[in-house]
Design a protein around this ligand. Structure first.
Ligand SMILES: [Zn+2]
Length: 258
């Protein structure tokens, strides 16, 4: 599994590209407002993207969807029947439809294309679903003011979340304050665990780098080791590569998980 970092900035942000990742060149995680620019800067082919995951409906995670979808459609001109799978928590369909209406117009053909070309699946804590060929995703609720899900990716079929967790390769926590579910994610078998660290010490919506490292120790999980990388994203400012023992990602970073 190959994970490319497209952006590392959070809602509180002094100019970093919005937090987003690309898995195997085909699965896009998050659509921040500047997602088109990040995809373009990294030379990503929109025509290759088959699925999109949006962790929750805060603007720094979904306001780029209308621009992504418009340009994705243009990239599929020779394949007008091609479908885009879009997954996320309850309420995602209604929010994306509203964003498209605001961004273009309620009567635009792109709204019809959203209904026709997008296979939208709202998922919930505990579900395990197939995504792309051979890849499975499982979902875990995190603690944030709107319904928010972390995603665990595995290259093996799994019927339960615990089974998927044992075979997980990559975990992306998205936005969360401390919750026991975060400890569950940290205890998965994933080689790369990427977490939101947009908070400061007393922030009530996000973890801090120090808070995440402390949590990992409490969960009995090693931080960055030979076979496992615990990394932070959704940052507020450009900073050192390592903070409190945590790797902080940047655009263009690529993790090859074998
Ligand atoms: Zn948020």
């Amino acid at each position: 599994m190959r994970v490319r970092i497209l952006g590392n900035g959070g809602f509180k942000n002094q100019g970093l590209p919005g937090n987003a990742m690309l898995v195997n060149g085909r699965l896009l995680l998050e659509t921040p407002p500047d997602i088109i620019r990040s995809l373009g800067e990294q030379g990503v082919s929109l025509a290759d993207i088959e699925a999109v995951w949006i962790s929750h409906v805060h603007g720094d995670h979904c306001f780029g969807f209308p621009f992504f979808f418009f340009n994705w459609l243009l990239a599929q001109r020779s394949r007008p029947e091609r479908k885009l799978t879009v997954m996320g928590p309850q309420g995602l369909r209604e929010r994306l439809r509203l964003l498209l209406e605001l961004a273009i117009s309620p009567t635009s053909q792109y709204i019809q294309a959203f209904e026709h070309n997008v296979v939208l699946r709202e998922v919930a804590e505990g579900e395990c679903v197939p995504l792309l060929d051979g890849m499975w995703a499982g979902f875990v609720s995190t603690d944030h003011p709107v319904p928010t899900l972390a995603i665990m990716l595995s290259e093996q079929m799994a019927e339960t979340l615990d089974e998927l967790s044992r075979h997980a390769r990559f975990v992306y926590s998205s936005d969360t304050r401390y919750s026991e579910r975060l400890e569950y994610l940290l205890r998965s078998a994933a080689d790369l665990v990427l977490c939101d660290v947009n908070g400061s010490g007393n922030d009530d919506m996000h973890l801090s780098a120090e808070g995440l490292v402390e949590l990992a120790h409490r969960a009995g999980v090693q931080g960055s080791g030979a076979h496992r990388i615990l990394a932070g994203t959704h940052l507020s400012e450009a900073s050192a590569r390592i903070r409190a023992g945590l790797v902080l990602v940047r655009s263009g970073d690529e993790f090859l998980i074998q």
